[in-house]
Design a protein around this ligand. Structure first.
Ligand code: HEM
Length: 456
C-alpha cells in the first residue's frame, strides 16, 4: 500500500528542530499544541524510523477508539515503560484475554456497586480535613494522592493503607518517574543492564508487591465474600474451573491501585488550582455546596444539587486532562480520514491538544465552567472531550472517579478555604498523568462555622 501522510514533518526539518528546542526540555504538551497549530489536527512527525501521529480530530479519534479498535493495540512503548510495574493487567493487556478480564472486573464498577462507596469517600475526605489546621501549608497534590489511594484500597480491596500511604506515595512517584524516563528514552534498553535507575525501580516495585500480596493473603485467610473487586477476582474461574493465577491477580490489583487513584488525585489538584486562581468561580461553588449540604456530610443524593461543581470539574479536566493522551499502534496498515496509519507506527490521540483546539473550544485557554452547562455541553462535538477515553477501552473507573471527585471537592469546599502559596511556578508536567511539575503548595484556612465532625 502506498503510504499517504497527513501534514507534518520529518526530523531534520528546521520546524521540528525549532519546536524540539523551543523549551529547555522536550515538553509533550507544548509539542502537541505546536504541531496542532502548524499542521492541523491530524499530523505526523517522523523521528528516524519512528512515525509519530498526533490526532486531535474528534472524527478520527472516534474511528480509532470506537469504530475500529480491534485494528489497534496499546503502544509497545507503554508496555515497555509500565510493564515491570503493571504486568499484564487491564490497562496493558490485549485481545480475548483483556476482554475476559474486563468482563470479570466490570461488575465492581456498576452503579449499584459504587453507590456503596460514597460514604467511604466522604468519610475519608473528612478524616483528612480533620487533621488540617488553619495557617498550615500543605502540598496539595500529595494530600490528594494519599486520600484517593486510601479510598481505592478501602472500597475495592477493603484494605487499610492509611499508615503506608506516605511510603506508597514515594514508591509510586519514583516508579512513575522511572517509567516516564523509559517512555522518553527513545530506545528500549534490556532490563538486565545493571542501570541504577532500573535496579531501583525493580526494588520499589518489589516493595509494592509485598503490600498488594498482603491484601490477597488477608482476604484468602478470612475467606469472606465482600462483593468487592478483590472478591470478584478471587472467585473468578476459567472454563476449566481454574482460578486466576497469583501473578495475574497481582497485575490486576496493581493496575487498579495505580489507575484508580493517581488520575482522580490530579483531577482534584488541578480543579483546586483553577478555583484558587478564579475566586469568583470558587465563590459560586462554595455557595452551591453550602446550600446543598449545610453542615451535613455529603452523600450520593446530594450530587444532584451540586451541578455547578460538576461543571467546574469537567472544565478543569478539559484544561488539565489527567490522562493527556491515548496511545495506539496499528496492527496492520490502515487508512483513516484519507491518510495511512502504517502498521507499528505510534498513533496518539492527543487529548490535551484536542481539549485546547481553538476550532472546537472558543478561547481554549480560558477556564469557563459554562461550557459544560446542560445547554452548552450538548453543543460540544462528540468525541471532542475525552478525559476518560472512548470505545471498548474507555476508563472502567469513569463513574467511580466522577462520584469520588465531586464528593471530595464538596467536602473540602465545605470545610476549608485554600489559597496558593505565592511565588510558585505552577506548570503541568507529564508523568504518566498530568502532575504539577514543582508541586502545588497551598495555605489552609479551616472554615470556623463549618467544623469537621469528630471522627472515630
Ligand atoms: C479522573 C479520573 C480518571 C481519569 C481522567 C481516567 C482516564 C482514563 C483514560 C483516558 C483511560 C483510557 C486510556 C486509553 O484508552 O488508552 C483509562 C483507562 C482505565 N482506567 Fe481510568 N481514569 C480515571 C480514574 C480511574 C479510576 C478511579 C479507576 C479505577 C478505580 C480507573 C481505572 C482504569 C482502568 C483499569 C483502565 C483501563 C481499562 C481498559 O483498558 O479496559 N481509572 N482511564
Amino acid at each position: 500500500m502506498t503510504i499517504t501522510y497527513p501534514p507534518g514533518v520529518r526530523v531534520g526539518s528546521i520546524a521540528t528542530i525549532r519546536t524540539l528546542l523551543s523549551g529547555a526540555k522536550f515538553d509533550m504538551f507544548e509539542f502537541s499544541l505546536e504541531a496542532q497549530k502548524q499542521f492541523g489536527d491530524y499530523n505526523f512527525t517522523k523521528f528516524g524510523w519512528v512515525t509519530f501521529y498526533l490526532i486531535s480530530d474528534p472524527a478520527v479519534a472516534h474511528e480509532i477508539l470506537v469504530n475500529q479498535p480491534e485494528k489497534f493495540h496499546k503502544i509497545k512503548l507503554i508496555k515497555y515503560a509500565l510493564g515491570p510495574f503493571l504486568g499484564n493487567g487491564l490497562l496493558t493487556s490485549e485481545g480475548d484475554f483483556w476482554k475476559k478480564q474486563r468482563k470479570l472486573a466490570q461488575p465492581a464498577f456498576h452503579f449499584k456497586s459504587i453507590e456503596n462507596y460514597a460514604t467511604v469517600m466522604t468519610e475519608y475526605a473528612q478524616r483528612m480535613l480533620h487533621s488540617w489546621k488553619t495557617g498550615e501549608t500543605r502540598q496539595l497534590e500529595r494530600e490528594m494522592m494519599k486520600l484517593t489511594l486510601n479510598i481505592v484500597a478501602k472500597t475495592l480491596f477493603d484494605a487499610d493503607v492509611t499508615k503506608d500511604a506516605d511510603h506508597v506515595g514515594e514508591l509510586l512517584t519514583r516508579i512513575l518517574e522511572a517509567s516516564n524516563d523509559r517512555m522518553n528514552a527513545g530506545v528500549q534498553l534490556p532490563d538486565w543492564l545493571p542501570l541504577p535507575k532500573t535496579r531501583q525501580m525493580y526494588r520499589d516495585v518489589a516493595e509494592l508487591d509485598i503490600i498488594i500480596q498482603r491484601f490477597i493473603d488477608a482476604r484468602r485467610a478470612n475467606g469472606e465474600d465482600k462483593g468487592d473487586l478483590l472478591s470478584m477476582l478471587l472467585q473468578a474461574r476459567d472454563d476449566d474451573g481454574s482460578p486466576m493465577s497469583d501473578q495475574q491477580l497481582r497485575d490486576e490489583l496493581m493496575t487498579i491501585f495505580l489507575a484508580g487513584h493517581e488520575t482522580t488525585a490530579m483531577a482534584l489538584t488541578w480543579t483546586w488550582y483553577v478555583l484558587m486562581t478564579h475566586p469568583e468561580i470558587l465563590a459560586k461553588v462554595k455557595a452551591e455546596v453550602d446550600a446543598a449540604l449545610g453542615d451535613r456530610p455529603a452523600t450520593l443524593a446530594d450530587l444532584a444539587n451540586l451541578k455547578y461543581s460538576e461543571m467546574v470539574l469537567k472544565e478543569s479536566m478539559r484544561l488539565y486532562p489527567p490522562v493527556s493522551s491515548a496511545g495506539r499502534e496499528p496492527i496492520e496498515d490502515i487508512e483513516i480520514g484519507g491518510y495511512t496509519l502504517p502498521k507499528g507506527s505510534l498513533v496518539t490521540i492527543a487529548i490535551y491538544a484536542m481539549h485546547r483546539n481553538p476550532e472546537i473550544f472558543e478561547n481554549p485557554e480560558t477556564f469557563d465552567p459554562e461550557r459544560f452547562s446542560p445547554e452548552n455541553e450538548k453543543k460540544i462535538p462528540r468525541y471532542a472531550y475525552l478525559p476518560f477515553g472512548a470505545g471498548p477501552r474507555v476508563c472502567i473507573g469513569n463513574s467511580f472517579a466522577m462520584m469520588e471527585a465531586r464528593l471530595i471537592l464538596a467536602t473540602m469546599v465545605q470545610h476549608a478555604d485554600l489559597t496558593l502559596v505565592p511565588g510558585q511556578k505552577i506548570e503541568p508536567k507529564q508523568l504518566v498523568t498530568i502532575r504539577p511539575a514543582n508541586g502545588m503548595a497551598v495555605t489552609v484556612k479551616m472554615r470556623e462555622n463549618q467544623r469537621v465532625p469528630e471522627m472515630v
